[in-house]
Design a protein around this ligand. Structure first.
Ligand code: SF4
Length: 317
C-alpha cells in the first residue's frame, strides 16, 4: 500500500506532511495537517520535523521555506504553479512601483517570493480590508494580484486612491454570477459560502443588494472561515463557491450537511498535480526541494510578518 510506504519514509526522514484544502482527498487524509496556505506555513515554522513535504502549489511551499529557512522543504511536483501568482511578475511589479513611487504595495499571499520581496505588506482574504485600512488614507495603494479581492477591499474601505492589478485565478474567475444566481434559486434556503476571489463575489453582493438573494444567506469567507461557519450550519444544503477540493474538509467538519459546489467544474489542475505516487517519490528521493535566495527571503519575510501583525490574518486561500 502506498500509504504504508509514506508512513515508513516519513519516520525515516523525520518529515511532516502538510496538505492544502484543495488537494485530492487521499492526500488530505494522509497529511499530518490540512489547512489553508497561511495556517500551513505557521505549522511549518513551528514543527520539530527536519523535512516538510508541502502538498500544495509552489508559492505556498516557498512561503513555508521563507518562514522556516532552516528546514528542508519539499514539494512533490515543482511544476504545481498557480495562475493567480503568475498573473504578476517581479518585473511587472517593479515597473508599476516606478509609476507610483510613493504608493504602498499590498499583495495577496498568492504571489511568488520575488513579488513578496517587492511588497510592503502581504494580506490574506481574512485581513485584506484591515491591512488596507491601516494605511494612511492619503497614501496611494497598489493592490495585487487579484482583481476580485481588490474590488471587495475597495468597496469595503470606500477608498478611491487604490490601484488594482487585473490578475485573477482561472478557477475562481470561472465561478460566475449566472451559476450563482441559478443555484441560489434552485436551493432557496441554502446559505452561500463565497470566497472573495471568486468571479461571482461581486454578483453575490449585487444580487443581495437588489433583494434577489437574501443578504443573510451570503457569507464572504476565506477557506478557514468556511470551516468555522460549517460548525454552525449543521444540516440542510450549503452552496459553496470556491475550488471543489474544499468540499472534503467541509463534509468532514459537518457530516450531516449537504455541501454543494456552485460550479462542480471549479477544480484546480495545479493542485491536482500532487498524487500519491509523487508523494512517495518525494519522500524517497528528497525532491523537489524548494529554495529561496536569502536576500529575497529576508525581504519577503518582512512583508509576511507585517501581515501577521495586522488584524487577524486568519487564512487565505
Ligand atoms: S485555485 Fe487558483 S489561486 Fe488557488 S492554487 Fe489554483 S490557480 Fe492558484
Amino acid at each position: 500500500m502506498w500509504t504504508d510506504e509514506v508512513q515508513k519514509l516519513k519516520q525515516e526522514r523525520n518529515a511532516v506532511i502538510l496538505a492544502h484544502n484543495y488537494q485530492i482527498p487521499e492526500i488530505q487524509d494522509i497529511a499530518d495537517f490540512t489547512g489553508d496556505s497561511l495556517a500551513l506555513s505557521r505549522i511549518a515554522a513551528e514543527t520539530d520535523a527536519d523535512v516538510i513535504v508541502f502538498c500544495g502549489v509552489h508559492f505556498m511551499a516557498e512561503s513555508a521555506k521563507i518562514l522556516s529557512p532552516d528546514k528542508t522543504v519539499l514539494i512533490p511536483d515543482a511544476d504545481a504553479g498557480c495562475s493567480l501568482a503568475d498573473s504578476i511578475t517581479a518585473e511587472q511589479l517593479q515597473q508599476w512601483k516606478e509609476e507610483f513611487p510613493d504608493a504602498v504595495v499590498v499583495s495577496y499571499v498568492n504571489t511568488t517570493a520575488d513579488v513578496k520581496a517587492l511588497t510592503d505588506i502581504c494580506c490574506t482574504s481574512s485581513n485584506a480590508v484591515e491591512v488596507v485600512a491601516s494605511i494612511d488614507p492619503d497614501t496611494e495603494i497598489l493592490f495585487c494580484p487579484d482583481q476580485f479581492l481588490g474590488a471587495h477591499v475597495k468597496r469595503e474601505t470606500g477608498r478611491d486612491n487604490m490601484h488594482i492589478w487585473a490578475g485573477e485565478c482561472h478557477v475562481h474567475a470561472g465561478i460566475n454570477g449566472k451559476q450563482l444566481a441559478d443555484q441560489a434559486a434552485a436551493h432557496p434556503d441554502a446559505p452561500l459560502y463565497i470566497h472573495p476571489e471568486c468571479g461571482c463575489a461581486n454578483s453575490a453582493i449585487f444580487l443581495a443588494g437588489e433583494g434577489v438573494i437574501d443578504p443573510e444567506r451570503v457569507h464572504m469567507l476565506s477557506t478557514g472561515g468556511m470551516l468555522d461557519q460549517a460548525t454552525q450550519d449543521t444540516h440542510g444544503t450549503v452552496l459553496v463557491a470556491t475550488e471543489v477540493g474544499m468540499l472534503h474538509q467541509l463534509q468532514l467538519k459537518s457530516p450531516n450537511t449537504d455541501f454543494q459546489p456552485v460550479n462542480p467544474q471549479a477544480s484546480c489542475s495545479y493542485m491536482k498535480m500532487i498524487t500519491p505516487e509523487k508523494l512517495v517519490a518525494s519522500l524517497r528521493d528528497m525532491k523537489d526541494e524548494v529554495t529561496v535566495p536569502e536576500d529575497i527571503a529576508a525581504k519577503a519575510r518582512q512583508s509576511l510578518e507585517r501581515m501577521i501583525a495586522i488584524g487577524n490574518p486568519g487564512s487565505g486561500e
